[in-house]
Ligand binder design. Structure first.
Ligand SMILES: [Mg+2]
Length: 583
């Protein structure tokens, strides 16, 4: 049997090597950290000291690596696979690295070396059992030579010329990610509309999502997602899908949404869990089939010990304070309700918003305020794949400041092509030059983020264009969909909720049906609508998502909370009188 080398001893690579050893192939292995090769050496594998040496000894060399960067590092350079490649070697590239990586590898290998891109569908158990699906790209004659060996690992599908295997794998993963995102959103939607857990399960059972709904139900209900395929790798694959789609001119909308959910889940700490933990980001960490109780709303109202309060439309309208809001905040605080202010306005830092609050009679410090710019900067700083990238900020100076503080290097518009990410926040100085810079950066490969998607904010002079309007221009011209980091996405609610750590019952109080009410629902918070801003009472009938309670103003909410607390206290006192007066 032909000597084989396997490069990359991750969960999949080590199983591929183990299976080939079991089938009687002489196998050489290499891994960046040598400890991973020990178990295979015990089974009879030879351990190479570098990838070039592994290539020199083999007739077939299989790469199973984490992505395009790892593939480049292992195949190129003085001790890379290409340096040891020879005319009788066939390289079989099994990583999920995208078609561009296969093209690059072909260019790196010396003339005469064979190459197949052959990523696999299936995970650990399939790799052990030899039941993977292998999508192979490359010349038919080359594939025929490798087929007996590949058949030990699974079923081979010839996808077409070089790069087609990588393309087929991205298509399969895209279908997988989008299906999971659709399942998560269907559950979140049903839950928000108040469907009972059983009805929700029955409904999904008669849709095309039935199989996935049944298969994922236990994970969803227990909130545990045991790893078969790491979410951080799935997030990487989702980026590859976007890049490949952009390069091929394919317009994908669902894939962008699935990618955003995976990124949210990774930012929320699910990176090392199974990729299906994407569901946790969409429907909350646990028990999503649980259903809100319809009754007891007065009881619920008086039990809030924490409120997250929106600024525009609840506390102020443009430069005008909303009447009674300052007094209501003071009374809520006096009754030991903790308050955090949450705004999608990226035009001022938390410090500046706190000063505005103080000026209208609401004492506040920066730590009482969460802005979309601040939350976005925190999210981006936690994304290791973006670390130290240059950032093009299409937004106000306050946003640029937050991004700089998060460790990114802002680049001027003239150097937009250097940016690894673009972050958009609505501001009054948005211009054609800024739009053009954003489009240049995205075309050069930068990822697009935004602080929100609200088209307008309310003011005392009528609606004012907001981040969503600016973002629509950029998305239209760049042809991609941004990852939104402000409301209604769960990340920003998580930042606000952390500031109320220790509170037992927290509600979001806001004026916008999408960013505040639907967003609160998705973040697992109660949602209270205030009618002093964007939403009028008549708009409620048209909305699929409904708030828990509606009040004409923040002052009216405070009055109702205070009344219900008084009633409860009086009832407790009366019960005490009856008890002590009874025989
Ligand atoms: Mg608002």
């Amino acid at each position: 049997m032909n000597p084989v080398a396997v490069v990359g001893m991750g969960a999949m690579g080590s199983r591929v090597a183990g299976r080939l050893l079991g089938a009687g192939y002489p196998v050489t292995v290499w891994n960046r950290s040598p400890a991973r090769t020990a178990a295979l050496a015990d089974l009879g594998a030879v351990v190479a000291s570098n990838p070039a040496e592994a290539a020199a000894q083999a007739e077939v060399l299989i790469t199973v690596l984490a992505g395009p960067e790892a593939l480049r590092a292992v195949t190129e350079g003085r001790r890379g696979v290409a340096a040891g490649a020879h005319r009788s070697l066939t390289v079989v590239e099994m990583s999920t690295a995208g078609p561009a990586a296969a093209t690059r590898l072909a260019a790196a290998l010396p003339a005469g070396t064979g190459l197949l891109d052959a990523p696999v569908l299936g995970s650990l158990t399939e790799a052990e059992a030899g039941s993977l699906t292998i999508f192979a790209g490359g010349p038919a004659a080359e594939l025929d030579r490798a087929r007996p060996l590949l058949s030990v690992l699974g079923t081979v599908i010839h996808a077409g010329p070089l790069g087609s295997g990588a393309a087929a794998k991205l298509v399969a993963n895209m279908a997988l990610f989008c299906t999971l995102a659709a399942l998560g959103e269907a559950i979140a939607f049903g839950r928000a509309l108040g469907l009972s857990p059983q009805v929700l399960a029955d409904v999904l059972a008669v849709t095309p999502l039935a199989g996935q709904a049944a298969r994922r139900r236990q994970a969803i209900e227990t909130g545990t997602y045991p790893r078969r395929f790491a979410l951080s790798l799935a997030r990487k694959d989702a980026e590859l899908i976007s890049e490949a789609a952009a390069a091929a001119g394919a317009k994908l909308r669902l894939a962008g949404s699935a990618r955003a959910w995976l990124a949210d889940a990774e930012a929320a700490g699910w990176g090392s869990h199974d990729y299906t933990a994407m569901l946790a980001a969409i429907i909350g960490p646990k028990h999503p089939f649980q259903h809100r109780s319809a009754g007891g709303s007065a009881r619920r109202l008086r039990r809030y010990d924490g409120l997250i309060i929106d600024l525009d439309g609840v506390i102020w309208l443009g430069s005008q304070p909303v009447r009674g809001a300052a007094e209501a905040v003071a009374r809520l605080r006096a009754s030991e309700t903790r308050i955090v202010f949450l705004t999608n306005d990226p035009q001022a830092t938390p410090q500046v918003q706190a000063a505005r609050l103080a000026a209208m009679g609401i004492p506040a410090t920066a730590s009482d305020v969460v802005t979309s710019g601040h939350a976005a900067a925190r999210y981006l700083a936690a994304r290791r794949d973006l670390a130290s990238r240059a950032a093009l900020v299409c937004g106000p100076p306050a946003l640029r400041e937050e991004i700089r503080r998060a460790g990114f290097r802002p680049v001027p518009r003239s150097r937009a092509h250097e940016a690894g990410l673009v972050i958009v926040g609505g501001h009054e100085r948005f211009s054609y030059a800024e739009l053009r810079a954003a489009v240049t950066a995205v075309a050069a490969g930068a990822q697009l983020f935004a602080t929100g998607r609200d088209p307008v904010v309310p003011s005392s002079d009528g609606p004012l264009p907001a981040t969503g309007a600016v973002l629509a221009a950029i998305e239209t011209a760049a042809g991609v969909t941004a990852t939104v980091l402000g409301k209604p996405e769960p990340h920003i609610f998580g930042v606000a909720r952390q500031k109320l750590a220790g509170c037992q019952r927290v509600a979001m109080v806001g004026d916008n049906m999408v960013s505040d009410i639907a967003g609160a629902r998705r973040a697992g918070l109660d949602a209270i609508l205030i009618l002093t801003g964007t939403t009028a009472e008549k708009d409620l009938n048209r909305s699929a998502v409904q708030p828990d309670r509606v009040f004409h103003s923040l002052a009216a909410l405070e009055t109702e909370i205070s009344r219900s607390r008084h009633r409860a206290a009086r009832n407790r006192a009366l019960r005490g009188v009856r008890l002590s007066g009874s025989p």
